[in-house]
Design a protein around this ligand. Sequence first.
Ligand SMILES: *Cc1c(COP(=O)(O)O)cnc(C)c1O
Length: 217
Amino acid sequence: MSLTQIQNRIAKAENQAGRAPGSVKLIAVSKVQPDARVRAVLEAGHRVFGENRVQEAAGKWPGFRYEFGPIELHLLGPLQTNKARQAMELFDVIHSVDRPKLARTLARLSDELGRCPDIFVQINTGAEPQKAGVLPDDADAMIAECRALNLPLLGLMCIPPVDEDAAHHFQMLAEIAARNDLTALSMGMSDDFETAIAHGATHVRVGSAIFGAREAH
Ligand SMILES: *Cc1c(COP(=O)(O)O)cnc(C)c1O
């Protein structure tokens, strides 16, 4: 499926949900994709991309930025505190802020660097032991902590369990955001971005539906 087809499906889902045209941002998730596929999407004019790993992104995006100009980069995968500085220098938005210690590290580094990427707090809506994110019960406290640290908090992010109805998780994320006066919701991937838009997603993270299947690695 092409970039244009995904953009059209997003526009249709916005319309069906009574959302303003252009209110949903498409993050093209380019992790593990061959450079030629990423280049094709850049040449089609897209400038918003997502990556899972700091190291992989650091090898790929400085060159593309040099060649194509400003590109908005989103970090979607778990972030270790010892990679936080590099991540802050490379990314415009970090979706995976999932623990107070990381929030404090980002705050300290933002004083040092004089800038900070926008952040999302990741919520583990399915309370899955192997998955990153703060538990739903800890969400309000984590949001308060980020605010106390003056981090530029945009909203919340989730990755629903693979074997469950995603809509329930999108609904839960939207409720936690609403009661905390947060407007941005990073939710929805290739298989469920239209459902996410119906539940208020402002940022959808679409990889394989744009680029094709990822090679295992
Ligand atoms: C890989 C990934 C995506 C994109 O997944 P697709 O199913 O290929 O669209 C979105 N969000 C996160 C956090 C990811 O790791």
